[in-house]
Write a protein that binds this ligand. Structure first.
Ligand SMILES: [Zn+2]
Length: 569
Protein backbone atom coordinates (compact mmCIF):
# COMPACT_ATOMS: atom_id res chain seq x y z
CA UNK A 1 0.00 0.00 0.00
CA UNK A 2 1.17 3.50 -0.79
CA UNK A 3 2.38 5.35 2.34
CA UNK A 4 -0.26 8.06 2.03
CA UNK A 5 -3.02 5.44 1.82
CA UNK A 6 -1.52 3.53 4.72
CA UNK A 7 -1.42 6.70 6.82
CA UNK A 8 -5.00 7.62 5.96
CA UNK A 9 -6.30 4.14 6.69
CA UNK A 10 -4.75 4.12 10.16
CA UNK A 11 -6.21 7.43 11.41
CA UNK A 12 -9.77 8.50 11.97
CA UNK A 13 -10.91 11.87 10.63
CA UNK A 14 -13.43 12.21 13.47
CA UNK A 15 -10.65 11.93 16.04
CA UNK A 16 -8.33 14.29 14.17
CA UNK A 17 -10.96 16.93 13.35
CA UNK A 18 -12.37 16.50 16.85
CA UNK A 19 -9.18 17.97 18.27
CA UNK A 20 -9.91 21.24 16.51
CA UNK A 21 -13.70 21.31 16.37
CA UNK A 22 -16.23 20.24 18.96
CA UNK A 23 -18.17 17.60 17.05
CA UNK A 24 -21.57 16.29 17.98
CA UNK A 25 -22.70 12.93 16.78
CA UNK A 26 -25.86 12.86 14.70
CA UNK A 27 -27.89 9.71 14.90
CA UNK A 28 -26.19 6.34 14.46
CA UNK A 29 -24.94 6.90 10.93
CA UNK A 30 -21.38 7.95 11.74
CA UNK A 31 -22.07 11.59 10.98
CA UNK A 32 -20.82 14.48 13.11
CA UNK A 33 -21.58 18.19 13.09
CA UNK A 34 -19.72 21.19 14.48
CA UNK A 35 -18.80 24.84 13.95
CA UNK A 36 -16.70 25.25 10.84
CA UNK A 37 -13.07 26.19 11.52
CA UNK A 38 -12.78 27.73 8.07
CA UNK A 39 -15.49 30.36 8.17
CA UNK A 40 -17.41 32.36 10.73
CA UNK A 41 -20.73 30.85 11.74
CA UNK A 42 -23.08 30.58 14.70
CA UNK A 43 -25.01 27.48 13.74
CA UNK A 44 -22.98 24.41 12.88
CA UNK A 45 -22.71 23.42 9.22
CA UNK A 46 -19.39 21.60 9.36
CA UNK A 47 -20.06 17.89 8.71
CA UNK A 48 -17.67 15.03 9.27
CA UNK A 49 -18.54 11.65 7.85
CA UNK A 50 -16.83 8.80 9.67
CA UNK A 51 -17.85 6.06 7.27
CA UNK A 52 -16.53 7.88 4.27
CA UNK A 53 -13.72 9.68 6.15
CA UNK A 54 -14.36 13.09 4.73
CA UNK A 55 -15.50 16.51 5.92
CA UNK A 56 -17.78 18.99 4.23
CA UNK A 57 -18.91 22.45 5.27
CA UNK A 58 -22.31 23.46 3.90
CA UNK A 59 -21.58 27.05 4.81
CA UNK A 60 -18.35 27.78 2.95
CA UNK A 61 -17.98 24.67 0.84
CA UNK A 62 -14.71 23.53 2.40
CA UNK A 63 -14.29 19.79 2.17
CA UNK A 64 -11.91 16.91 1.71
CA UNK A 65 -10.12 14.10 3.46
CA UNK A 66 -8.19 14.09 6.73
CA UNK A 67 -4.97 15.25 5.08
CA UNK A 68 -6.64 18.25 3.49
CA UNK A 69 -8.25 19.09 6.83
CA UNK A 70 -4.93 19.16 8.71
CA UNK A 71 -3.24 21.08 5.90
CA UNK A 72 -5.89 23.76 5.94
CA UNK A 73 -6.54 24.04 9.65
CA UNK A 74 -2.86 24.07 10.66
CA UNK A 75 -1.69 25.93 7.57
CA UNK A 76 0.76 23.18 6.64
CA UNK A 77 2.14 21.94 3.35
CA UNK A 78 1.31 18.42 2.21
CA UNK A 79 4.70 16.96 3.26
CA UNK A 80 4.44 18.69 6.65
CA UNK A 81 1.01 17.21 7.15
CA UNK A 82 2.29 13.72 6.37
CA UNK A 83 5.15 14.26 8.82
CA UNK A 84 2.92 15.58 11.60
CA UNK A 85 0.35 12.79 11.30
CA UNK A 86 2.94 10.04 10.94
CA UNK A 87 4.78 11.29 14.05
CA UNK A 88 1.59 11.59 16.02
CA UNK A 89 0.40 8.11 15.10
CA UNK A 90 3.74 6.34 15.21
CA UNK A 91 3.77 5.35 11.56
CA UNK A 92 7.30 5.52 10.12
CA UNK A 93 7.52 7.83 7.13
CA UNK A 94 9.69 6.79 4.19
CA UNK A 95 12.50 9.23 3.35
CA UNK A 96 11.56 10.10 -0.18
CA UNK A 97 12.07 13.36 -2.03
CA UNK A 98 8.39 13.64 -2.99
CA UNK A 99 7.55 13.97 0.71
CA UNK A 100 9.50 17.19 1.07
CA UNK A 101 9.72 20.46 -0.83
CA UNK A 102 11.66 23.68 -0.28
CA UNK A 103 8.82 25.35 1.62
CA UNK A 104 8.47 22.41 4.00
CA UNK A 105 12.21 22.20 4.46
CA UNK A 106 12.38 25.90 5.40
CA UNK A 107 9.56 25.54 7.89
CA UNK A 108 11.05 22.33 9.24
CA UNK A 109 14.33 24.19 9.77
CA UNK A 110 12.48 27.00 11.55
CA UNK A 111 10.74 24.52 13.85
CA UNK A 112 14.07 22.89 14.65
CA UNK A 113 15.66 26.28 15.29
CA UNK A 114 12.94 27.27 17.70
CA UNK A 115 13.13 23.96 19.53
CA UNK A 116 16.89 24.36 19.92
CA UNK A 117 16.56 28.00 21.04
CA UNK A 118 13.94 27.02 23.60
CA UNK A 119 16.33 24.46 25.08
CA UNK A 120 19.19 26.98 25.16
CA UNK A 121 17.02 29.57 26.92
CA UNK A 122 15.89 27.01 29.47
CA UNK A 123 19.43 25.91 30.16
CA UNK A 124 20.49 29.54 30.52
CA UNK A 125 17.81 30.10 33.14
CA UNK A 126 19.07 27.24 35.27
CA UNK A 127 22.75 28.08 34.62
CA UNK A 128 25.03 30.60 36.33
CA UNK A 129 23.87 33.60 34.21
CA UNK A 130 20.28 32.90 35.13
CA UNK A 131 20.62 33.71 38.82
CA UNK A 132 19.06 37.15 38.55
CA UNK A 133 16.19 35.86 36.41
CA UNK A 134 15.54 33.03 38.87
CA UNK A 135 15.48 35.51 41.73
CA UNK A 136 13.09 37.70 39.74
CA UNK A 137 10.71 34.77 39.10
CA UNK A 138 10.95 33.65 42.69
CA UNK A 139 10.14 37.13 43.94
CA UNK A 140 7.13 37.25 41.61
CA UNK A 141 5.95 33.91 42.95
CA UNK A 142 6.55 31.77 39.85
CA UNK A 143 7.31 28.30 41.18
CA UNK A 144 9.72 25.77 39.69
CA UNK A 145 6.72 23.72 38.54
CA UNK A 146 5.36 26.66 36.57
CA UNK A 147 8.78 27.42 35.07
CA UNK A 148 8.82 23.79 33.94
CA UNK A 149 5.23 23.74 32.68
CA UNK A 150 5.63 26.91 30.61
CA UNK A 151 9.19 26.06 29.55
CA UNK A 152 10.39 29.49 30.65
CA UNK A 153 13.92 30.55 29.80
CA UNK A 154 16.41 33.35 29.90
CA UNK A 155 18.26 35.02 27.03
CA UNK A 156 21.96 35.50 27.51
CA UNK A 157 22.93 39.14 28.16
CA UNK A 158 25.69 38.76 25.53
CA UNK A 159 23.29 37.43 22.88
CA UNK A 160 22.20 39.05 19.61
CA UNK A 161 18.51 39.19 19.55
CA UNK A 162 16.88 39.14 22.80
CA UNK A 163 19.30 40.21 25.52
CA UNK A 164 18.99 39.55 29.26
CA UNK A 165 15.27 38.92 29.07
CA UNK A 166 12.85 36.40 30.47
CA UNK A 167 11.79 34.14 27.60
CA UNK A 168 8.28 32.75 27.07
CA UNK A 169 8.08 30.17 24.28
CA UNK A 170 4.94 30.58 22.15
CA UNK A 171 3.52 27.33 20.76
CA UNK A 172 1.18 26.61 17.91
CA UNK A 173 -2.00 24.67 18.63
CA UNK A 174 -0.22 21.36 18.10
CA UNK A 175 2.39 22.25 20.71
CA UNK A 176 5.44 23.20 18.63
CA UNK A 177 7.48 26.28 19.58
CA UNK A 178 6.98 28.87 16.83
CA UNK A 179 8.06 32.13 18.48
CA UNK A 180 9.14 33.77 21.73
CA UNK A 181 7.91 36.55 23.93
CA UNK A 182 10.67 38.33 25.82
CA UNK A 183 10.00 40.27 29.00
CA UNK A 184 12.31 42.91 30.44
CA UNK A 185 13.17 42.47 34.11
CA UNK A 186 14.01 46.10 34.92
CA UNK A 187 11.61 49.00 34.90
CA UNK A 188 13.99 51.16 32.85
CA UNK A 189 14.25 48.63 30.01
CA UNK A 190 11.97 49.45 27.12
CA UNK A 191 9.92 48.05 25.69
CA UNK A 192 8.64 45.87 28.50
CA UNK A 193 7.78 43.10 26.02
CA UNK A 194 9.42 42.10 22.77
CA UNK A 195 8.00 39.48 20.40
CA UNK A 196 9.57 37.39 17.67
CA UNK A 197 8.96 38.81 14.20
CA UNK A 198 6.49 36.99 11.95
CA UNK A 199 7.94 34.03 10.06
CA UNK A 200 6.46 31.35 7.79
CA UNK A 201 5.58 29.42 10.96
CA UNK A 202 4.39 32.33 13.13
CA UNK A 203 1.49 34.63 12.44
CA UNK A 204 0.72 36.91 15.36
CA UNK A 205 -2.89 37.49 14.44
CA UNK A 206 -3.80 33.83 14.41
CA UNK A 207 -1.86 32.66 17.46
CA UNK A 208 -3.19 32.46 21.00
CA UNK A 209 -0.68 32.04 23.78
CA UNK A 210 -1.20 28.78 25.73
CA UNK A 211 -3.92 27.41 23.42
CA UNK A 212 -1.92 24.16 23.09
CA UNK A 213 -2.22 23.54 26.84
CA UNK A 214 -5.64 25.11 27.30
CA UNK A 215 -7.75 23.50 24.62
CA UNK A 216 -8.68 20.27 26.41
CA UNK A 217 -9.68 22.19 29.54
CA UNK A 218 -11.63 24.67 27.40
CA UNK A 219 -13.71 21.85 25.99
CA UNK A 220 -14.26 20.26 29.35
CA UNK A 221 -15.35 23.51 31.00
CA UNK A 222 -16.92 24.89 27.79
CA UNK A 223 -15.26 28.13 28.86
CA UNK A 224 -12.16 30.11 28.03
CA UNK A 225 -10.54 32.80 30.14
CA UNK A 226 -9.03 35.50 27.97
CA UNK A 227 -6.26 37.59 29.54
CA UNK A 228 -3.72 40.03 28.15
CA UNK A 229 -0.26 38.88 29.09
CA UNK A 230 2.00 35.88 29.51
CA UNK A 231 2.26 36.43 33.25
CA UNK A 232 -1.52 36.62 33.53
CA UNK A 233 -1.82 33.27 31.78
CA UNK A 234 0.69 31.76 34.17
CA UNK A 235 -1.02 33.24 37.23
CA UNK A 236 -4.48 32.04 36.22
CA UNK A 237 -3.09 28.63 35.24
CA UNK A 238 -1.42 28.42 38.66
CA UNK A 239 -4.84 29.05 40.21
CA UNK A 240 -5.97 25.76 38.69
CA UNK A 241 -7.77 27.34 35.73
CA UNK A 242 -6.15 25.62 32.79
CA UNK A 243 -8.50 27.07 30.15
CA UNK A 244 -6.67 30.38 29.95
CA UNK A 245 -5.22 32.03 26.84
CA UNK A 246 -3.87 35.42 25.79
CA UNK A 247 -3.56 37.24 22.50
CA UNK A 248 -0.01 38.41 22.88
CA UNK A 249 1.45 41.47 21.25
CA UNK A 250 -1.68 42.20 19.22
CA UNK A 251 -5.28 43.28 19.62
CA UNK A 252 -7.69 40.35 19.49
CA UNK A 253 -8.52 39.28 15.92
CA UNK A 254 -11.39 37.38 14.29
CA UNK A 255 -9.12 34.42 13.63
CA UNK A 256 -8.27 34.18 17.31
CA UNK A 257 -11.92 34.50 18.28
CA UNK A 258 -12.82 31.65 15.94
CA UNK A 259 -10.06 29.54 17.47
CA UNK A 260 -11.63 30.17 20.89
CA UNK A 261 -15.09 29.23 19.62
CA UNK A 262 -13.83 25.94 18.25
CA UNK A 263 -13.29 24.83 21.84
CA UNK A 264 -15.77 26.73 24.04
CA UNK A 265 -19.02 28.71 23.99
CA UNK A 266 -18.32 31.05 26.89
CA UNK A 267 -15.43 33.47 27.20
CA UNK A 268 -14.56 35.36 30.37
CA UNK A 269 -12.58 38.49 29.54
CA UNK A 270 -10.19 39.40 32.35
CA UNK A 271 -8.01 42.26 31.08
CA UNK A 272 -5.81 44.81 32.83
CA UNK A 273 -7.80 47.47 34.65
CA UNK A 274 -6.00 50.43 33.01
CA UNK A 275 -7.46 52.49 30.15
CA UNK A 276 -5.67 50.51 27.46
CA UNK A 277 -6.98 47.28 28.95
CA UNK A 278 -10.53 48.59 29.18
CA UNK A 279 -10.48 49.80 25.57
CA UNK A 280 -9.11 46.46 24.45
CA UNK A 281 -11.81 44.66 26.45
CA UNK A 282 -14.53 46.82 24.85
CA UNK A 283 -13.29 45.81 21.41
CA UNK A 284 -12.85 42.18 22.38
CA UNK A 285 -16.43 41.99 23.69
CA UNK A 286 -17.85 43.14 20.34
CA UNK A 287 -15.74 40.62 18.42
CA UNK A 288 -16.72 37.80 20.75
CA UNK A 289 -20.41 38.72 20.51
CA UNK A 290 -20.15 38.88 16.71
CA UNK A 291 -18.95 35.30 16.80
CA UNK A 292 -22.00 34.31 18.87
CA UNK A 293 -20.10 33.57 22.06
CA UNK A 294 -21.43 34.09 25.58
CA UNK A 295 -19.30 36.81 27.11
CA UNK A 296 -18.55 37.58 30.72
CA UNK A 297 -16.20 40.15 32.15
CA UNK A 298 -14.11 39.95 35.27
CA UNK A 299 -12.60 43.27 36.31
CA UNK A 300 -10.34 44.06 39.22
CA UNK A 301 -10.41 47.75 38.55
CA UNK A 302 -11.82 49.33 41.68
CA UNK A 303 -14.97 50.39 39.80
CA UNK A 304 -18.53 50.18 41.10
CA UNK A 305 -19.22 46.73 39.69
CA UNK A 306 -15.70 45.45 40.14
CA UNK A 307 -14.44 42.66 42.30
CA UNK A 308 -11.74 44.64 44.10
CA UNK A 309 -11.22 48.11 45.48
CA UNK A 310 -7.90 48.53 43.73
CA UNK A 311 -6.63 48.03 40.24
CA UNK A 312 -5.10 44.57 39.81
CA UNK A 313 -4.29 42.47 36.79
CA UNK A 314 -5.23 38.77 36.96
CA UNK A 315 -1.71 37.77 37.93
CA UNK A 316 -1.58 40.27 40.80
CA UNK A 317 -5.02 39.22 41.96
CA UNK A 318 -4.07 35.54 42.22
CA UNK A 319 -0.84 36.51 43.99
CA UNK A 320 -2.68 38.67 46.49
CA UNK A 321 -5.83 36.70 47.21
CA UNK A 322 -4.95 33.15 46.23
CA UNK A 323 -6.33 30.54 43.81
CA UNK A 324 -9.61 29.89 45.65
CA UNK A 325 -10.54 33.56 45.64
CA UNK A 326 -9.74 33.83 41.93
CA UNK A 327 -11.78 30.76 41.05
CA UNK A 328 -14.72 32.10 43.02
CA UNK A 329 -14.46 35.46 41.21
CA UNK A 330 -14.33 33.67 37.89
CA UNK A 331 -17.37 31.50 38.59
CA UNK A 332 -19.26 34.57 39.72
CA UNK A 333 -18.21 36.76 36.78
CA UNK A 334 -21.18 38.72 35.54
CA UNK A 335 -22.37 39.19 32.00
CA UNK A 336 -20.46 41.70 29.93
CA UNK A 337 -23.42 44.04 30.01
CA UNK A 338 -22.84 45.26 33.56
CA UNK A 339 -19.27 46.06 32.74
CA UNK A 340 -20.21 47.91 29.56
CA UNK A 341 -22.90 49.81 31.42
CA UNK A 342 -20.28 51.01 33.91
CA UNK A 343 -18.18 52.16 30.97
CA UNK A 344 -21.18 54.03 29.61
CA UNK A 345 -21.74 55.70 32.97
CA UNK A 346 -18.16 56.86 33.05
CA UNK A 347 -18.39 58.19 29.49
CA UNK A 348 -21.76 59.91 29.49
CA UNK A 349 -23.62 62.23 31.82
CA UNK A 350 -26.42 59.99 32.98
CA UNK A 351 -28.32 62.82 34.69
CA UNK A 352 -29.50 64.37 31.43
CA UNK A 353 -31.75 62.86 28.78
CA UNK A 354 -29.09 63.39 26.09
CA UNK A 355 -26.46 61.57 28.08
CA UNK A 356 -28.78 58.67 28.72
CA UNK A 357 -29.68 58.49 25.04
CA UNK A 358 -25.96 58.41 24.19
CA UNK A 359 -25.44 55.64 26.72
CA UNK A 360 -28.33 53.76 25.17
CA UNK A 361 -26.83 54.08 21.69
CA UNK A 362 -23.46 52.96 23.06
CA UNK A 363 -24.95 49.84 24.61
CA UNK A 364 -27.56 48.88 22.01
CA UNK A 365 -25.25 47.19 19.46
CA UNK A 366 -23.92 44.84 22.10
CA UNK A 367 -27.45 43.85 23.12
CA UNK A 368 -28.48 43.26 19.52
CA UNK A 369 -25.54 40.95 18.96
CA UNK A 370 -26.76 38.41 21.49
CA UNK A 371 -28.10 35.52 19.47
CA UNK A 372 -29.85 33.78 22.34
CA UNK A 373 -33.36 35.23 22.64
CA UNK A 374 -33.84 34.68 26.34
CA UNK A 375 -30.44 36.11 27.16
CA UNK A 376 -31.19 39.09 24.95
CA UNK A 377 -34.49 39.73 26.69
CA UNK A 378 -32.77 39.55 30.09
CA UNK A 379 -30.05 41.97 29.04
CA UNK A 380 -32.63 44.33 27.54
CA UNK A 381 -34.36 44.42 30.89
CA UNK A 382 -31.03 45.12 32.63
CA UNK A 383 -30.40 47.90 30.15
CA UNK A 384 -33.75 49.46 31.03
CA UNK A 385 -32.80 49.30 34.69
CA UNK A 386 -29.52 51.08 34.06
CA UNK A 387 -31.15 53.83 32.08
CA UNK A 388 -34.02 54.20 34.49
CA UNK A 389 -36.62 53.66 31.76
CA UNK A 390 -39.45 51.19 31.23
CA UNK A 391 -38.27 47.77 29.96
CA UNK A 392 -41.00 47.99 27.31
CA UNK A 393 -39.33 51.05 25.86
CA UNK A 394 -36.02 49.26 25.42
CA UNK A 395 -37.70 46.22 23.88
CA UNK A 396 -39.56 48.53 21.49
CA UNK A 397 -36.29 50.11 20.40
CA UNK A 398 -34.69 46.71 19.95
CA UNK A 399 -37.61 45.52 17.88
CA UNK A 400 -37.60 48.65 15.78
CA UNK A 401 -33.90 48.17 15.07
CA UNK A 402 -34.53 44.51 14.24
CA UNK A 403 -37.45 45.45 11.99
CA UNK A 404 -35.29 47.98 10.16
CA UNK A 405 -32.75 45.25 9.61
CA UNK A 406 -35.04 42.50 8.42
CA UNK A 407 -37.97 44.47 6.98
CA UNK A 408 -40.40 41.61 7.59
CA UNK A 409 -43.79 41.60 5.93
CA UNK A 410 -47.15 41.17 7.55
CA UNK A 411 -48.33 37.67 8.24
CA UNK A 412 -49.49 36.00 5.06
CA UNK A 413 -49.08 39.06 2.95
CA UNK A 414 -45.50 39.64 2.03
CA UNK A 415 -42.80 37.27 1.04
CA UNK A 416 -39.17 37.71 1.92
CA UNK A 417 -36.53 36.82 -0.60
CA UNK A 418 -34.05 34.48 0.89
CA UNK A 419 -30.44 35.39 0.25
CA UNK A 420 -28.74 32.72 -1.73
CA UNK A 421 -25.15 32.26 -0.71
CA UNK A 422 -24.18 29.45 -3.00
CA UNK A 423 -25.61 30.61 -6.27
CA UNK A 424 -28.71 28.43 -5.91
CA UNK A 425 -31.93 29.89 -7.32
CA UNK A 426 -33.58 32.29 -4.89
CA UNK A 427 -36.56 30.88 -3.05
CA UNK A 428 -39.26 33.08 -1.58
CA UNK A 429 -40.28 32.09 1.92
CA UNK A 430 -43.64 33.67 2.74
CA UNK A 431 -43.63 35.58 6.01
CA UNK A 432 -46.27 33.34 7.55
CA UNK A 433 -44.05 30.27 7.11
CA UNK A 434 -40.99 32.09 8.36
CA UNK A 435 -42.65 33.40 11.51
CA UNK A 436 -44.44 30.13 12.27
CA UNK A 437 -41.26 28.10 11.87
CA UNK A 438 -39.23 30.46 14.02
CA UNK A 439 -41.82 30.27 16.76
CA UNK A 440 -41.95 26.47 16.55
CA UNK A 441 -38.15 26.21 16.54
CA UNK A 442 -37.77 28.49 19.54
CA UNK A 443 -40.29 27.10 21.96
CA UNK A 444 -41.14 23.59 23.02
CA UNK A 445 -44.43 24.74 24.54
CA UNK A 446 -45.39 26.23 21.19
CA UNK A 447 -44.61 22.97 19.40
CA UNK A 448 -46.71 21.03 21.88
CA UNK A 449 -49.66 23.38 21.46
CA UNK A 450 -49.55 24.11 17.77
CA UNK A 451 -48.60 20.88 16.00
CA UNK A 452 -51.74 18.97 17.08
CA UNK A 453 -53.86 21.85 15.76
CA UNK A 454 -51.98 22.10 12.49
CA UNK A 455 -53.38 19.61 9.97
CA UNK A 456 -51.06 18.60 7.13
CA UNK A 457 -53.43 20.16 4.57
CA UNK A 458 -52.63 23.60 5.96
CA UNK A 459 -48.93 23.21 5.28
CA UNK A 460 -49.18 21.16 2.09
CA UNK A 461 -48.32 24.12 -0.13
CA UNK A 462 -45.47 25.38 2.06
CA UNK A 463 -42.25 26.35 0.32
CA UNK A 464 -40.55 25.06 3.45
CA UNK A 465 -42.61 21.85 3.58
CA UNK A 466 -39.56 19.66 4.10
CA UNK A 467 -38.43 21.75 7.08
CA UNK A 468 -41.76 21.84 8.88
CA UNK A 469 -42.38 18.12 8.27
CA UNK A 470 -38.96 17.20 9.63
CA UNK A 471 -39.53 19.46 12.64
CA UNK A 472 -42.92 17.89 13.28
CA UNK A 473 -41.48 14.38 13.14
CA UNK A 474 -38.68 15.30 15.54
CA UNK A 475 -41.07 17.05 17.93
CA UNK A 476 -43.28 13.98 18.00
CA UNK A 477 -40.30 11.73 18.73
CA UNK A 478 -38.74 13.80 21.52
CA UNK A 479 -36.67 16.90 22.14
CA UNK A 480 -35.66 19.01 19.15
CA UNK A 481 -32.03 19.89 18.54
CA UNK A 482 -31.24 22.35 15.84
CA UNK A 483 -28.17 20.46 14.69
CA UNK A 484 -30.12 17.24 14.40
CA UNK A 485 -32.87 18.95 12.44
CA UNK A 486 -30.27 20.57 10.24
CA UNK A 487 -28.68 17.22 9.57
CA UNK A 488 -31.97 15.65 8.54
CA UNK A 489 -32.60 18.05 5.70
CA UNK A 490 -31.57 17.96 2.09
CA UNK A 491 -29.23 20.70 0.97
CA UNK A 492 -32.01 23.03 -0.33
CA UNK A 493 -33.97 22.33 2.85
CA UNK A 494 -31.01 23.26 4.97
CA UNK A 495 -30.47 26.47 3.00
CA UNK A 496 -34.13 27.37 3.62
CA UNK A 497 -33.80 26.59 7.32
CA UNK A 498 -30.73 28.80 7.64
CA UNK A 499 -32.44 31.66 5.85
CA UNK A 500 -35.56 31.31 7.96
CA UNK A 501 -33.58 31.31 11.18
CA UNK A 502 -31.33 34.17 10.20
CA UNK A 503 -34.36 36.35 9.42
CA UNK A 504 -35.60 35.80 12.96
CA UNK A 505 -37.14 38.58 14.99
CA UNK A 506 -36.98 39.05 18.71
CA UNK A 507 -39.56 37.18 20.67
CA UNK A 508 -39.73 35.51 24.05
CA UNK A 509 -41.50 32.26 24.96
CA UNK A 510 -44.86 33.93 25.42
CA UNK A 511 -44.59 35.78 22.16
CA UNK A 512 -43.72 32.58 20.29
CA UNK A 513 -47.02 30.96 21.13
CA UNK A 514 -48.99 34.09 20.29
CA UNK A 515 -47.17 34.46 16.98
CA UNK A 516 -47.71 30.83 16.10
CA UNK A 517 -51.40 31.08 16.95
CA UNK A 518 -51.75 34.14 14.74
CA UNK A 519 -50.04 32.27 11.91
CA UNK A 520 -52.25 29.24 12.43
CA UNK A 521 -55.35 31.44 12.27
CA UNK A 522 -54.05 33.14 9.14
CA UNK A 523 -53.36 29.79 7.48
CA UNK A 524 -56.81 28.46 8.37
CA UNK A 525 -58.54 31.54 7.03
CA UNK A 526 -56.72 31.53 3.72
CA UNK A 527 -57.16 27.78 3.41
CA UNK A 528 -60.95 28.09 3.93
CA UNK A 529 -61.10 31.00 1.55
CA UNK A 530 -59.32 28.96 -1.12
CA UNK A 531 -61.64 26.01 -0.50
CA UNK A 532 -64.77 28.15 -0.82
CA UNK A 533 -63.45 29.75 -4.02
CA UNK A 534 -62.93 26.29 -5.41
CA UNK A 535 -66.52 25.26 -4.52
CA UNK A 536 -68.01 28.35 -6.09
CA UNK A 537 -66.09 27.59 -9.27
CA UNK A 538 -67.44 24.02 -9.25
CA UNK A 539 -71.00 25.26 -8.70
CA UNK A 540 -70.66 27.65 -11.66
CA UNK A 541 -69.31 24.85 -13.84
CA UNK A 542 -72.11 22.48 -12.81
CA UNK A 543 -74.75 25.18 -13.51
CA UNK A 544 -73.26 25.89 -16.92
CA UNK A 545 -73.36 22.22 -17.73
CA UNK A 546 -76.94 21.96 -16.45
CA UNK A 547 -75.92 19.42 -13.82
CA UNK A 548 -78.25 20.48 -11.02
CA UNK A 549 -77.47 17.53 -8.70
CA UNK A 550 -73.80 18.32 -8.80
CA UNK A 551 -74.43 22.06 -8.29
CA UNK A 552 -76.72 21.39 -5.31
CA UNK A 553 -74.22 19.01 -3.79
CA UNK A 554 -71.49 21.71 -3.94
CA UNK A 555 -73.89 24.39 -2.68
CA UNK A 556 -74.70 22.25 0.39
CA UNK A 557 -71.01 21.68 0.97
CA UNK A 558 -70.25 25.39 0.59
CA UNK A 559 -72.96 26.28 3.08
CA UNK A 560 -71.51 23.83 5.56
CA UNK A 561 -68.03 25.34 5.24
CA UNK A 562 -69.39 28.88 5.53
CA UNK A 563 -71.14 27.97 8.75
CA UNK A 564 -67.98 26.33 10.03
CA UNK A 565 -65.95 29.46 9.34
CA UNK A 566 -68.61 31.64 11.00
CA UNK A 567 -68.55 29.40 14.07
CA UNK A 568 -64.75 29.54 14.36
CA UNK A 569 -64.53 33.29 13.93
ZN1 LIG B 1 -17.25 26.54 6.59
Amino acid sequence: MDFVEQLKSSIDIVKVAGEYVRLRRIGATGRYLGLCPFHQEKTPSFNVNQTRQFYKCFGCGAGGDVLKFVMEVDGLTFPETLKLLSERHGIPMPQRPEYSDSDSRLRGALHDMHAIAATLYRNALSGPHGAEARAYLDQRGVSADLIEAFELGFSDPQGQAFRGRLMFPIHNESGKVIAFGARAMHADEQPKYLNSPETPIYRKTSTLYNLNRARDAMRKANRAVLVEGYMDVIGVYAAGIKEVVASCGTALTNTQVRALHRHADTVVVNFDPDDAGANAAERAIQLLLDEGLHVKVLAFGGGAGDATNEKLDPYEYVRRFGPDAYRAQLDGASGYFHWLADRARAKFDMRGADGRMDAFKFLLPAVQKISDKLERAAVASDLAGYLGVEPGLVLDQLKRAATDRHAPGQVGVRAVASPSSNGAPQVQVPAVERILLNALLSSEATREQIFPQLPAELTASFVSLEVINALRQMAEAGPVHFAALDARLSEPGRALLHDIVSADEISDEGECLAQAEACLQGLKTSFERRRMEEMRARIRTAEREGNLTEALRWMTELQRVEEEVKRDA
